[in-house]
Design a binder for this molecule. Structure first.
Ligand SMILES: Nc1nc2c(c(=O)[nH]1)N[C@H]1C(S)=C(S)[C@@H](COP(=O)(O)O)O[C@H]1N2
Ligand SMILES: [Mo]
Length: 386
């Protein structure tokens, strides 16, 4: 059974989700999210809630692997830099970070590697994200490379690993929830930061207060929240959720449902090209002959989106949308176009983005993989023209 990418249905899915959500209170300041799991807390946004150029904190998805730290005292919080490949190990307070390094404010995308997982067939375990595990808020912090340069990087450094203060679900305090990382080249990039703020306010408790990493364009799991330590490694970081099948995909395409050996899996690097239609909302009614504005965002790992095309005839013909450039490296780009429907009836609006390397979003599901990562199939919304 082939499910329809992106159209996949809020109606059926939401009935169960809302029933669950009604017994659950979202953290203060969050609104409209769809609850996937309350322990650990996982909740996704909706396409129409992501229509703003800059994602509101209220509408950014939440992806926790464990339980956030409690009783955080920002005045006592420290971040250390260590590892085999550090020259001068460092420990910094939040105030040190703010006063000793250039402060930056950047719009950076954050997308969970499992965004779109719900559509893989056969289905795979894990949070059943549909479309909403993506956002692009404005982050305040310092460039990661400035802190690393201050500590000094040995020639043999190849990777950066992070450590965090969240608590393992089992209650076992010796167990780390997640300790992932990025190659040193990405750690030195313009769009990799240590953030203390989101949209001009302190990070909220669910998003990593008081400090987190944000490495735009890579799976969200490398953007460690509640950050306490970063390690410069002389080998690929081997922390929790770096090995096995976590955040990894097969090195070669496999048939749907295949069991893949760990040795045949590789770490996900930059995220693929993708777009999201944020207006109109799916299931919209439209009067025949009246123009409809179609709007949304497009983004791609470490590259630039070159073109976004829109179709209302199931991909037979495409119309090129206006596309903005990114406000800074690592930010998503916005597209917009006006559409007139030729007749009454059931239409779908499809959006397809392509990047500077000539890669486009697939119209149907991309390669199945055991954990359901990297679904960048085209988003489709329905319009009933009357
Ligand atoms: N310490 C810590 N960092 C973490 C996580 C976590 O569970 N613990 N989840 C990761 C994953 S898988 C994602 S997709 C992003 C989600 O960030 P958000 O909850 O702020 O949207 O945070 C990442 N950083
Ligand atoms: Mo994630």
């Amino acid at each position: 059974m082939n499910r329809i990418a992106g159209l996949m249905g809020y109606s059926a899915l939401m009935k169960t989700a809302w029933a669950k959500a009604s017994a659950f209170e979202f953290p203060l300041g969050k609104s409209g999210l769809r609850l996937l799991n309350d322990r650990p807390l996982n909740a996704e946004s909706m396409p129409h809630l992501l229509n703003d150029d800059v994602t509101r904190t209220a509408h950014l998805f939440i992806r926790n692997n464990g339980l956030p730290p409690v009783d955080v005292d920002i005045a006592k919080w420290t971040l250390s830099v260590d590892g085999e490949s550090v020259i001068r190990p460092l420990t910094l307070s939040v105030a040190d970070l703010k006063s000793r390094f250039e402060n930056v404010s950047l719009q950076l995308t954050l997308e969970c590697g499992g965004n779109g997982r719900a559509e893989f067939v056969p289905s795979v375990p894990g949070n059943q994200w549909t479309l909403g595990a993506i956002g692009c808020p404005q982050w305040q912090g310092v460039r990661l490379r400035e802190v690393l340069n201050e500590a000094g990087i040995k020639d043999d450094a190849v990777y950066l690993g992070f450590h965090s203060a969240d608590r393992h679900l089992s209650g076992d305090e010796s167990k780390e929830v997640i300790s992932r990382g990025i190659p040193i080249e990405k750690a030195m990039a313009d769009d990799a930061i240590i953030a203390w703020g989101m949209n001009g306010l302190d990070l909220s408790p669910v998003h990593g207060y008081p400090l987190r990493l944000v490495a735009a364009g890579w799976p969200g799991s490398v953007s460690g929240k509640w950050l306490t330590r970063i390690s410069l490694r002389n080998r690929v970081h081997d922390g929790a959720k770096m090995l096995g099948k976590s955040y990894r995909v097969p090195r070669f395409p496999v048939a749907p449902g295949t069991t893949v050996a760990d040795d045949d899996m590789m770490i996900i690097a930059a995220m693929p090209i993708k777009s999201l239609i944020t207006a109109p909302q799916t299931d919209r009614q439209q009067v025949v002959g009246e123009p409809l504005t179609v709007r949304g965002h497009a983004w791609v790992g470490d590259d630039e989106v070159k073109i976004v095309e829109v179709s209302i005839d199931f991909g037979e013909t495409w119309q090129v949308a206006e596309l903005s450039s990114a406000v800074n490296p690592g930010a998503w780009q916005h597209f917009q176009t006006s559409i007139r429907f030729p007749s009454k009836g059931y239409f779908e609006v499809w959006a397809k983005a392509s990047d500077s390397m000539g890669r486009s979003q697939p119209m149907v599901m991309p390669a199945w993989n055991p954990k359901g990562y990297l679904n960048n199939a085209c988003h489709r919304v329905s319009v009933h023209v009357v």
